[in-house]
Design a protein around this ligand. Structure first.
Ligand code: KIV
Length: 267
């Protein structure tokens, strides 16, 4: 059975915590689906994790659709969500509708995510009315990096906290089926979670959120750079890759690989 957006609301009402991981390719999607991860986000973090950009701003809809389609093909049981990249919905409601529609039609994701409050609340209402489920994203929204002056915790002042709470309520009212809360104080994560009937999914937003999301490179230890404080690494695959590649290189140089049993004629 494939996870759907109604399952998330049910889990919240039952008090069942759940996970979401980012995913960008077919091969990883197959493993995450086998692991039973119910929700996969094809995040625009694709830009930094897979495409080598310094931030997410250069990611295009074409990039997202190609990777999202691969994840959908690899994860038949997961709810796969496509992250609307910078400028996919910034100029107009028409852009938001066209690009969200492309995500469902071309990549066959089941829902889209958009960052921020403001006009996004109106777009959420419009997309939901057209049968396109929307996940909200508040707090440290990475496409606002230039506005925020870096990647910093959001919602620290009373005023900023109230704004996030109001935006979250407005997104729920507009039809959002879940809201990601990124890098906000744990107490605010708890307040927002209690105020909503739809689930919150936290990343650096404390333990009270209904679900937790992490970037897959961080979870697997594939990120050789600085890892944020809120991350837990569950494997050290980067080091395993390096060791395997070194061994292969050494074996070829020494003549230890290939041996006669690797020849086609040996089968
Ligand atoms: O793009 C992304 O990976 C995200 C998650 C961090 C929520 O938006």
């Amino acid at each position: 059975m494939t996870t759907n957006v109604r399952d998330l609301r049910r889990w919240k009402s039952e008090g069942t915590k759940f996970t979401m991981l980012t995913c960008y390719d077919y091969s990883t999607a197959r493993w995450l689906d086998r692991a039973g991860i119910p929700v996969l986000l094809v995040g625009d973090s694709l830009g930094t994790t897979m495409l080598g950009y310094p931030d997410t701003l250069s990611v295009t809809m074409d990039d997202m659709i190609r990777h999202a389609g691969a994840v959908v093909r690899g994860a038949p049981a997961a709810l796969v969500i496509g992250d609307m990249p910078f400028m996919a919905y910034h100029a107009s409601a028409e852009d938001a509708i066209r690009n969200a529609g492309r995500f469902l039609q071309e990549a066959r994701v089941a829902a889209v995510k958009m960052e921020g409050g403001g006009r996004v609340i109106d777009y959420t209402k419009q997309l939901t009315a057209m049968g396109i489920p929307v996940m909200g994203h508040l707090g440290l929204t990475p496409t606002f990096v230039n506005q925020f002056g870096g990647y910093r915790v959001q919602g620290r002042s009373d005023e900023a906290a109230e704004q996030i709470l109001d935006d979250a309520k407005a997104l729920e009212e507009a039809g959002a089926f879940a809201v990601v809360l990124e890098a906000i104080p744990s107490a605010l994560g708890e307040r927002v979670t209690q105020a909503l009937t739809v689930p919150t999914i936290g990343i650096g937003a404390g333990p009270h959120c209904d679900g937790q999301v992490l970037v897959i490179q961080d979870v697997l230890g594939l990120n050789p750079d600085h890892v944020a404080k809120f991350v837990r690494q569950y494997a050290r695959l980067g080091e395993a890759i390096e060791a395997a590649a070194r061994q292969f290189d050494q074996d070829v140089r020494s003549g230890a690989f290939p041996t006669p049993e690797h020849e086609y004629s040996a089968r």
